[in-house]
Design a protein around this ligand. Structure first.
Ligand code: ZN
Length: 426
């Protein structure tokens, strides 16, 4: 069972190099599993299973067969579809000393060194059309196109004492020889999509490492993949929702996958906007729930914010809090921070612990070192937006924000089982 979940996760990650692919693939998977698919501009029907997706976002819900609006509550799992990477600029074509290169910008808190000397493909979305109308196409090119080549050690003898990379000049990928022509990247996109150059209006295109995700280790205890933060949580949340057979009475169990967590969540598709509260209100509305009943429902609700957690690193033990060392394959990590960089409190922690116990899954607790700045998640933002109890959890991993990360092979099944129990409200 756990091997099958890992196998599906690895395939899923490789199929989703951009948030747009992650969201679209999630919606396709859910609709194959019987969820009725809507767009945000549709009126959402009264079906017991619905999925709505746009851009890098997914909202999916499973309803109890009968809902008393006076007793309604939500069980929510939130995660994010975006990961740090290199994104192509709007006018990217560069010619430099006989090379053709593409201008890129760093998205999010990437470990930029991890993008060096990798064979890169591109993916994302392209808007095609004319003045009268346009449409958005997903694009994924999985053949080696680009490379950010490292400088040979002979030309920088001190490099191993501290690599410094200038984001403007040192991360520019090479993609050809000779002088580039104006509009070369636009023409490339047009040819890939089989449309005229002039019809390519704009794009959100990013680079991805082409090394396939795989198991790793002496006994395959680990797996290595790009975007484990946070596609591993997205995948577990989606599998959990598909596993839900019967939703506890008066409950709407929902998964929401946001975009733009890695840059602070401030966008129309990020957690800081009204997207989730609007979606929940619309879900409630399909069951004729009044505004007052909806607000009461929020105060009965709970949310798991699922995101990567830091496993203890054997080469950097001093970076970890000694009493909160988290193990790979040790089960989901409940993350606490006194200054609410994580949203967990005693009550939400107890709720998630009980879901783990019912699922027969081990769990761990994480606190950051008191003398290091702590990262954050969509958890505190969601708690502040909705006024809902939130617990921050996640699977342990190493190399967070690298182009290729590493995690424990058993943890995807553990997280999936714990989230399944939480969403079933049992
Ligand atoms: Zn994350």
């Amino acid at each position: 069972m756990s091997d099958l979940i890992l196998e599906r996760l690895l395939t899923w990650i490789d199929a989703a190099p951009s948030p747009y692919h992650a969201a679209n693939n999630a919606a396709n998977d859910l609709s194959k599993a019987g969820f009725e698919r809507f767009s945000p501009v549709d009126a959402w029907g009264e079906s017991d299973r619905i999925v709505v997706s746009w851009g890098g976002v997914v909202v999916a819900a499973a309803f109890s067969p009968e809902i008393d609006p006076d007793q309604l509550r939500f069980r929510l799992v939130g995660a994010h579809t975006d990961s740090p990477n290199l994104r192509i600029k709007p006018t990217p074509d560069l010619s430099n000393v006989g090379y053709q290169q593409l201008g890129v910008e760093v998205y999010g808190g990437a470990l930029v060194n991890s993008w060096l000397d990798r064979d890169l493909g591109i993916s994302g979305r392209v808007v095609v059309g004319d003045n009268a109308s346009y449409e958005t196409h997903l694009l994924k090119v999985d053949r080696p196109l680009l490379r950010v080549a490292q400088l040979a050690i002979h030309l920088d003898r001190d490099v191993n004492d501290g690599l410094k990379l200038d984001r403007q000049s040192h991360l520019v990928p090479i993609w050809g020889l000779g002088d580039t022509e104006e509009g070369a990247f636009r023409s490339f996109l047009a040819a890939e999509l089989g449309v005229n150059d002039l019809d390519v209006l704009s794009w959100d295109i990013m680079c991805h490492d082409l090394t396939p995700s795989s198991s790793l280790g002496r006994n395959q205890e680990f797996y290595a993949a790009p975007r484990i933060d946070n596609l591993a949580s997205c995948h577990a949340a989606l599998e959990a929702l598909m596993n839900v057979e019967t939703v506890e009475s008066n409950t709407i169990s929902a998964v929401v996958l946001f975009d733009h967590e890695e840059i602070g969540s401030e966008s129309s598709t990020g957690a800081r906007g009204p997207m989730l509260s609007h979606a929940l209100e619309r879900l409630a509305d399909t069951r004729a729930v009044s505004r007052e009943q909806f607000l009461r429902a929020l105060s009965r609700s709970a949310c798991v914010s699922a995101d990567g957690a830091h496993a203890v690193h054997p080469n950097y033990v001093d970076r970890h809090e000694p009493e909160h060392q988290v193990a790979l394959n040790g089960g989901p990590v409940i993350k606490l921070n006194a200054n609410v960089r994580y949203a967990t409190d005693a009550e939400s922690s107890a709720l998630f612990q009980s879901a783990c116990r019912s699922a027969g899954v081990p769990f761990q607790q994480y606190a950051h070192r008191s003398n290091l700045a702590c990262g954050s998640t969509i958890g505190p933002i969601t708690a502040a937006q909705l006024g809902v109890m939130v617990v921050d959890v996640g699977s342990p991993q190493l190399s967070m924000h690298s182009a290729r990360e590493m995690a424990g092979a058993s943890d995807p099944a553990y997280l999936t089982a714990a989230l399944s129990t939480f969403l079933s409200d049992s």
